[in-house]
Ligand binder design. Structure first.
Ligand SMILES: C[S@@+](CC[C@H](N)C(=O)[O-])C[C@H]1O[C@@H](n2cnc3c(N)ncnc32)[C@H](O)[C@@H]1O
Length: 246
């Protein structure tokens, strides 16, 4: 069955000027799916320790992690393998993941527990609500958005998470000098991201003149499930890293 997030049969170019109807429009589709025992264990047994909800309200991140450390937020971590890998590789950095897909949240929690990670917390919520309601201004060192749903059809472009209002919200949650790192294997979405970012006030592109607006694939970004899937399909990959400049 075709999936509108990837089905680009009627795609056509559209600029980033399309308005963001943030209220009521979702950048995701909730899919039903069977859960493995490990995923259920993650959601039931590990969630009370590492899970966060909108009802927890605005966070004090130093109090949450019990220390002052750089904070990385990842939106849409999928099954979470790359986020777990990063948290394990960087014990001196704190990580927050947001994902709406329950099996992915369960899998991430199960893995985080098995590896004894203490520097990772998870929301199973819409990332826009978490950004607005739970994360303080100027609190993040990095925000990662890896392989977001491309929504290729023109009529679905309004469901793309990267929109002018979204990046304005992201900017407010980044510390000055903090970075927004996006990656996609959809060339048209990469161009859209670049246009949105170049028009967004208060950001500077970190790309050098040779590769701008993109940066070479950074070695520190672990291969994600969707990147591997795109590679098999022969897709290219585009990384964009913009710094909050003010
Ligand atoms: C194409 S998948 C990529 C997953 C992962 N980053 C990877 O590269 O393997 C995009 C993910 O973003 C999640 N997502 C989309 N919009 C979201 C939102 N507003 N809040 C939280 N998660 C979202 C979807 O549920 C989906 O799992």
């Amino acid at each position: 069955m075709s999936d509108p997030r990837y089905d680009d049969k009627t795609t056509g170019p559209e600029g980033p000027e399309a308005p963001l109807h943030r209220r009521g429009i979702k950048s995701y589709v909730l899919r039903a799916g069977r859960m493995t025992q490990a995923q259920i264990r993650g959601l039931e047994e590990v969630w009370p320790r590492l899970g966060l909800t909108l009802a927890d309200g605005r966070q004090d991140l130093e109090a949450l992690f019990g220390r002052r450390a750089p904070v990385v937020l990842e939106i849409g971590f999928g099954m979470g393998a790359s986020l777990v890998e990063q948290a394990e590789r960087h014990p001196d950095t704190d990580f927050i993941g947001i994902e709406v897909h329950a099996p992915g949240v369960g899998k991430l929690l199960d893995e985080a527990d098995k590896r004894g990670l203490t520097n990772l917390r998870v929301y199973r919520e819409d990332a826009l609500a978490v950004l607005e309601q739970c994360l303080p201004e100027a609190s993040l060192d990095t925000l990662q958005l890896f392989f977001p749903d491309p929504w290729p059809k023109k009529k679905h472009h309004k469901r793309r998470i990267v929109q002018p209002a979204f990046v304005e919200l992201v900017r407010s949650r980044l510390k000055p000098g903090g970075t927004l790192h996006m990656a996609t294997d959809w060339e048209a979405y990469a161009g859209w991201m670049a246009e949105v970012m170049q028009a967004a006030p208060g950001f500077a592109n970190t790309a050098g003149a040779e590769t701008a607006p993109y940066v070479p694939r950074p070695e520190f970004r672990p291969l994600t499930k969707f990147e591997a899937r795109g590679e098999k399909l022969g897709h290219g990959v585009w990384d964009l890293i913009f710094r909050r400049a003010d």
